[in-house]
Design a binder for this molecule. Sequence first.
Ligand SMILES: [Fe+2]
Ligand SMILES: [Fe+2]
Length: 466
Amino acid sequence: MNLYERIPNNVNLSDDKRLQRALEKWLPNFLSWWHDMGPDGFQEKDVWLRTAIDVGSEGWAHFDYVKMPDYRWGIFLEPAQKDAKVGFGDNYGQPAYQEVPGEFRNALRRIIVTQGDTEPASVEQQRLLGHTCPSLYDMRNLFQVNVEEGRHLWAMVYLRHGYFGRDGRDEADALLERRSGNPDKPRILEAFNQPCDDWLNFYAFTMFTDRDGKYQLSALAESGFEPLARTCRFMLTEEAHHMFVGDTGLSRVVKRTAQLMKQSEDVREVDGIPLDIIQKYINFWFSYSLDLFGGEISSNSADFFAAGLKGRFKEQDQYTDHIAAEGSFTMPVVENGKLASREVPLRNALNEVLRGEYVKDCEKGLARWNKALADEGLSDRLYLPNIRFHRHVGEYAGHYFDLEGNLITKEEFEQKKSEWLPTMEDREYVGSLMKPVTEVGKIANWIAPPTSGIKGKPFEFEYVRL
Ligand SMILES: [Fe+2]
Ligand SMILES: [Fe+2]
């Protein structure tokens, strides 16, 4: 592990002068992007952050006070497996690709650019949140997520520079030029152009959108292109914390709302976030995150799988047939204005298969939040909308569905929209609660404190020195 090089890495960067020079040239561009588009304010403050110093399961994370611009963004890959093989698809069982196979160059390019674009995008979406944090603990978690997304960008840029030559370098530059929500140069995927400007959005984003990241990275961690698989395996260890932040964050909001509901019939009167607003935020981020999996019926998914580039979730542990050339998958689609079953070849349905795994995982979060409601003695429950609700990509885009997934008209949708998705008033109300609380051990009124702190520290710890 070359931790104290300019670019910390475990890929022997100093042995590859060409790549090292290219990345050292990219570094100041990255820092200037971080300066402009990373967390606003707080850059000179000491934040109690974990930094990757080893990829082993023991002690990969080192905790200390760091100023964010001094964070050691590095390139860390899981160790290579001896005799790694392509684990699925048409080349199943052949030696894993150590270089980009010519015939799959475009497909791989597309996969890595799309994944790479999401990393800086989320940092941009979250850049103002430090100013309204509900506690120092939450502020620290926000910044931890932000620096790690920055590191994920490094991971993808390493692959672009290291394996794709000149156009890889151009695309690495372009990753710093697009901007979340900018109509002239937007980020590639729509969830990453949506504003994430209050903490309820932040928790819902890290719960649902970072969780999409988990499933994309898991599918790529199976890749026959070894450098990609090894990169993604390590990123997944960081992603787990991001989802923890979202899952527990929402759980704490729900718990606090439940407590306030017992104090007043209208939680707004006691400065809480009503359950129906929480539900609308769930509906919003869940549906946008479902879009990230791509079309239900997809020739790309079939091509990526056939090429051995993108597998299924837990491909090795969960399946025995890694060719998947025979099976089929049945799903409802809209035909002549009605929902009808369609059977498609399994390989063409792999986006939907991955989406199904994701939905199961999200349901576990809902069960935890509903337990928080039950623990407070309430009978209200939160839920996930049907996967067809409010979709902008795939078979259901361009059609209208209610929360149960029934096909409805555009007019019916427009009539109900304000009950199903956050309105301007909802956002303004949530925004009005977002007053920073930065005293050690204190917390905003609309959220419960966490049950424990970070890495053995109590909640009452100076996670950020202001
Ligand atoms: Fe990420
Ligand atoms: Fe993440």
